[in-house]
Design a protein around this ligand. Structure first.
Ligand code: PRT
Length: 283
């Protein structure tokens, strides 16, 4: 039985459950439940505080966790990251009041920096040869310069709007982070069969999210040029239409190429272009 930790509530909660559900796990979770059974996979889901997850994972109370890389790195957790999951992307950054000119990291020598990430900040400053006074606070870090508690802050940033609202400006990125699937180092050997199965499903779901299935009709003499436009996994499927001289081409394309490909296909006379989301993709 796999024990999987996800955040109880907060930024990671919905995306984590959505991912597990797309992996086919049928989770019996009700309001305020701390543990939920999975009906069709040998797993239990534990709903935990984000900050508690690294310890539970390291101690083997849970085998796997969906957690931000930033938390694991700050706590220097002895666990292994198996997959990056592509959501809850953020950066751990240094920010200063907007009006102050920033000439480089050495400017922070002897200054007071407020943060909830003392370990990552200290390592970064040491690597740059900077000695600053690290002031640990657990929340609302952005307010610190305004109330005279610190000269600068080091905190997570995603849209940047909290910094903006507090008159701060991001000056230096210490770390980029996203949600990941992490495993306890003992479980990886003992429960590898089911861990591998879950990883396989997660990869298929993540691959599929980046792709779309496209089909369109094209005159036969344009099949070759249409194929060359499609950045396909293999060669496209070609099916004859009932109407003489026309075929239907089917393929899978990356979302990044999407509008570019559609534009080029229209230019060469493709008709009836349909684009369909891909649910899973096994390569
Ligand atoms: O309460 P619990 O212990 O469960 O956790 P928590 O309070 O640490 O959780 P939560 O939900 O705030 O964050 C969970 C995880 O989401 C973090 O560990 C990161 O991996 C990830 N994440 C992604 C973020 C952000 N983006 C983020 N922007 N976590 C926090 N923020 C905060 C940041 O601290 C700052 O106050 O949002 C503010 C800035 O956001 P923007 O959009 O204005 O830049």
């Amino acid at each position: 039985m796999l024990k999987i930790a996800v955040q109880k509530s907060g930024r990671l909660y919905e995306d984590s459950l959505q991912l597990l559900k797309e992996c086919g796990l049928s989770i019996d979770n009700g309001m305020d439940q701390l543990k939920a059974e999975v009906r069709n996979f040998p797993a239990e889901i534990y709903f935990l505080r984000n900050s508690d997850v690294p310890q539970y994972l390291e101690d083997g109370v849970v085998d796997l966790a969906i957690i931000g890389e930033n938390v694991l790195m700050e706590k220097q957790s002895a666990v292994t990251i198996l997959e990056k999951l592509g959501f809850s992307k953020c950066r751990l950054s240094l920010a200063l009041p907007k009006h102050l000119p920033y000439l480089g990291i050495t400017q922070l020598n002897g200054k007071k920096i407020a943060t909830s990430y003392p370990h990552l900040l200290r390592s970064y400053l040491e690597s740059k040869g900077v000695s600053a006074d690290i002031h640990l606070i657990s929340g609302s870090v952005e307010i610190a310069p305004n109330i005279g508690l610190a000269d600068a802050i080091c905190d997570l940033v995603s849209s940047g709007s909290t910094l903006f609202k507090n008159g701060l400006e991001e000056k230096d990125i210490i770390l980029r982070s996203e949600a990941c699937l992490a495993v306890n180092n003992q479980s990886i050997n003992i429960k590898n069969e089911w861990i591998d199965e879950l990883r396989f499903r997660i990869r298929s779901v993540l691959q599929a999210r980046g792709h779309k299935y496209i089909l369109f009709n094209i005159p036969n003499e344009k099949i070759e040029i249409a194929s060359s436009i499609l950045p396909v996994l293999k060669s496209p499927t070609v099916l004859p239409l009932l109407e003489n001289g026309w075929s239907s081409l089917h393929s899978v394309i990356h979302v990044h190429d999407f509008w570019n490909v559609i534009k080029k296909l229209k230019e060469i006379g493709a008709q009836g272009i349909l684009v369909i989301p891909v649910e899973n993709m096994v390569i």
